[in-house]
Design a protein around this ligand. Structure first.
Ligand SMILES: C[S@@+](CC[C@H](N)C(=O)[O-])C[C@H]1O[C@@H](n2cnc3c(N)ncnc32)[C@H](O)[C@@H]1O
Length: 278
């Protein structure tokens, strides 16, 4: 077993997205501003099979295991295989040139089949003596027969990256036998609370060129119903758009755009969490 100092040194040598408690007082220094889904926003996981789509470093997979899940599969491909530093540099060049990036480079020029981005997940799995099963696959295109079905499917922080969200949500429904937990960026629009709206960013939202669509809660609900889920239960109350919300967004997203598609006094952005039942 590693000493606390060795554990900290090895953890610090890796790049992390998630803050994961590895024990002995060592928590990984993840970049994520989450977690957005605490145990109070998860369905009962004890004894369940769980699929975590877009697992990255595995925070939610390991949490599901800790909460008693019988089997947990952590599925990802994008951040595990893409050379993020090279992609970031290309994105900066695109921003400077005022053009949108060519995303096909992610799976060609920037793709590293040795999956360097999975090192942190693998390290955490080893340290936690976890039985979580990693699967490398693009959920949007993989053969769903290969993955099977799960009682609970976590779809956290992934929907806004999808170019074809309704098609992917139909696929989400196909692999879910009880409930899917969907967490995504959402927009609350004053006076439009009951309207099924989806804001299209066309490839750039809050500095990320991989973000496409941001729904209202009603829009997200209708997307999931259209995909075949029978009931959608929100776990987070949408914020009420106010000037202080805009100030908070600006502080959080610094350097935030002062104009553009997010800059409207009636809009407030937040992370929606819903349970979608089959
Ligand atoms: C913003 S991160 C969210 C990570 C984690 N689920 C969380 O909520 O903290 C988005 C994740 O989705 C993954 N992802 C994006 N598109 C995917 C796809 N088509 N299939 C599987 N994973 C995907 C990315 O690789 C990344 O790990």
């Amino acid at each position: 077993m590693l000493s606390a100092d060795e554990l900290r040194a090895r953890a610090d040598a890796l790049g992390w997205f998630h803050r994961i408690d590895l024990g002995q007082g060592v928590v990984t220094n993840g970049l994520s501003s989450g977690p957005y889904v605490g145990p109070d926003k998860l369905p009962e996981l004890a004894g369940k099979s769980v699929l975590d789509i877009g697992a990255w470093d595995g925070y939610y997979s390991f949490q599901a295991e800790r909460l008693g899940a019988r089997r947990v599969v952590a599925l990802d491909h994008y951040v595990w295989g893409v050379d993020m530093a090279a992609r970031q540099q290309y994105w900066a060049e695109c921003a400077a040139a005022g053009v949108l990036p060519d995303h096909s480079k992610d799976t060609t020029e920037f793709w590293r089949p040795e999956l360097p981005g999975r090192a942190a997940f693998d390290f955490a799995k080893e340290v936690l003596s976890s039985r979580v099963e990693p699967v490398v696959a693009d959920f949007a295109t993989m053969d769903l027969e290969d993955i099977g079905t799960f009682d609970v499917v976590l779809y956290l922080g992934v929907l806004y990256h999808m170019k074809e969200p309704l098609t992917v949500l139909e696929r989400l429904r196909r692999v879910t036998t009880e409930v899917a937990v969907v967490e995504t960026q959402a927009v609350a629009i004053a006076g439009m609370e009951r309207h099924n709206l989806v804001q299209f960013f066309g490839g750039e939202f809050i500095g990320d060129y991989g973000n496409w669509y941001v729904p209202t809660l009603a829009g997200l609900t209708q997307w999931l119903l259209a995909a075949g889920f029978s009931r959608v239960v929100p776990q987070v109350d949408p914020p009420v758009p106010t000037p202080s919300w805009r100030a908070r967004l600006r502080r959080r997203l610094r350097p935030a755009p002062s104009t553009g598609p997010t800059d409207h006094p009636n809009f407030a952005y937040y992370r929606a969490v819903v349970h979608a039942f089959v």
